[in-house]
Structure formats: C-alpha cells, structure tokens
Design a binder for this molecule. Structure first.
Ligand SMILES: [Fe+2]
Ligand SMILES: [Fe+2]
Length: 267
C-alpha cells in the first residue's frame, strides 16, 4: 500500500487489477480529527494486513471512529481486526449497512453509531455531514463532508479504473490527464448499472446538492485524491445516464483467455 497525506487526511492507497479495465484504486483514509476516524478498511484478500499499515500512521488504539461507507468487500478488509485493535472506536454505518455486516460478523451493538443521510456526526473539532452519493452500488452507501476543512468523502462515486498501477497510486488525480472522464464514465457504468434507467433531470437533482457543498477536496475510494475539485467532476457524473451499459466478458471470452495460459504441448 502507498501512504499519502493531504491536510488532515491520510490516504492508505491500494489497488485491484481488473482484467480488461485496468487498476482500480482502493483507498481507505484516516481523518486526523480531534477524535481520529478511519474511513473504510481496504481489500479483503488474505494477503492484506490493514491494521499493520494503519499503525504506520497512528496507533490503532487511538482510533475513535470507523466509518464504513458501505460493507462491500473492498471496504471491509480490516474492519473486524480494527474493531479489536481500537476498543474505543465506534462503527459508523446505517441500519442497512449494519444488517449486511451482521451476515458476516457479530457486531456488538454498543460499538455501533447509526447515521443517516442528512444527519451529522460530531468528532470533537468538526462535524461530518452525511449524504448519499449520487452514484453507488450498495443501498447502504453514505459519504460525508467535513465542515472544518471541506474534505468530501464520496465512497464509490467518482471512481475510475486507471491505466497503470502507478496512476492508481497517484496522490493527485490531475496526473491522469484528459482520459479521466472516460475512465470515470466506464466505472459509473460498471458500478451503478441502474444509472442508465434514471431520468436525467431527477438524477441531476441528486448531483447538484453535492456540487453545492463546495468541497475543498474529494476523496473517493476508487480514485486518486482530487485536491481542487472543479465543475468537470460533477459534469462527468451527469453524463453517466447516457453512457453505454457495461457488459462484462462472457464464458467464451474467459475460455479464450484461459487458452492463452496453457503451456505449449499441454494435453
Ligand atoms: Fe461498492
Ligand atoms: Fe468500492
């Protein structure tokens, strides 16, 4: 994993290579508030040790809040071990998010803090304003705006697969260049296939309030950090309903791929 810091935010950056799409950044974050918060906990594959990586940034025992933007497995890799390592930490999620997590873990309810879009959480020196991002792949998804710094955490929304591992590890999305829009629209189609069925005007009504927050920086789970978000970020998302629906490789494509792996002379 790569570690970057921008203002009050530390980025714990990882990536997942997706055949045919590229390298999807998978970021977790530390918000260095008076009451420190971890946002998401990385990939769930067995080779990951999220808590050890986090320990390079702060003592896990000092974590007071763990905000799981939604319990997909690219967000919950270190969740359980972090709850053990951070006995004072409360798990911020929604009722639905909690329900999904209890399919895998016995979450003690006194460790949970349920927060809905439209509500805010006080973390000592700032309030975190919860919202539902305009694009999401899980009904429990939330993001938030830090009202002290203007940092906005958007979960899967604004994500994009990157053409190289180096770009997926970048600390500044501006390194991606002009193709960023296409990459983001591809991800929108992959991650939020329902977007092709929405009325564009009603969809815009979910984007504009996020744009109006005037974020100073945007931190998506699946995009390098956006230090100075401009209108383009939101205009790109608004195009999502008009993009081509994503269709993944089928069995014939898989078999063609596997054939390339067979050693010469194999039976
Ligand atoms: Fe997701
Ligand atoms: Fe995700």
């Amino acid at each position: 994993m790569h570690i970057h810091r921008i203002g009050d935010v530390t980025i714990l950056n990882d990536a997942s290579e997706i055949p045919g799409l590229g390298f999807l950044p998978v970021n977790a974050y530390v918000l260095h508030a008076e009451q420190p918060m971890v946002i998401d906990t990385g990939l769930s594959t067995v080779d990951k040790d999220f808590v050890s990586v986090l320990a390079e940034v702060l003592d896990p025992a000092d974590v007071r809040w763990l905000w799981i933007t939604h319990p997909d497995r690219d967000h919950t890799g270190g969740l359980w071990k972090l709850l053990q390592a951070a006995p004072r930490a409360r798990l911020v999620t929604t009722f639905l998010g909690l329900g999904i997590m209890t399919c895998e873990w016995e979450i003690p309810l006194d460790r949970v803090f349920l927060l809905n879009p439209g509500q805010a959480l006080d973390v000592g020196d700032r309030r975190l304003h919860c919202f539902r991002p305009p694009l999401f792949d899980n009904p429990s998804t939330t993001g938030f705006l830090d009202d002290r710094t203007g940092a906005l955490f958007s979960s899967d929304c604004f994500g994009a697969p990157m053409p190289s591992a180096e770009l997926a590890a970048s600390a500044d999305v501006r390194a991606v260049g002009n193709q960023l829009r296409d990459f983001q629209l591809l991800w929108a189609s992959v991650d939020s296939p329902w977007v092709h069925q929405v009325d564009p005007a009603r969809f815009r009504a979910t984007v504009d309030p996020i744009r109006a927050m005037g974020a100073s920086a945007v931190f998506s789970t699946h995009l390098p950090p956006v230090p100075q978000p401009d209108d383009q970020l939101f205009e790109t998302v608004l195009l999502a309903p008009q993009t081509n629906p994503f269709v993944g490789p089928d069995q014939a494509a898989l078999e063609a791929l596997l054939a390339t792996f067979e050693p010469a002379g194999a039976p």
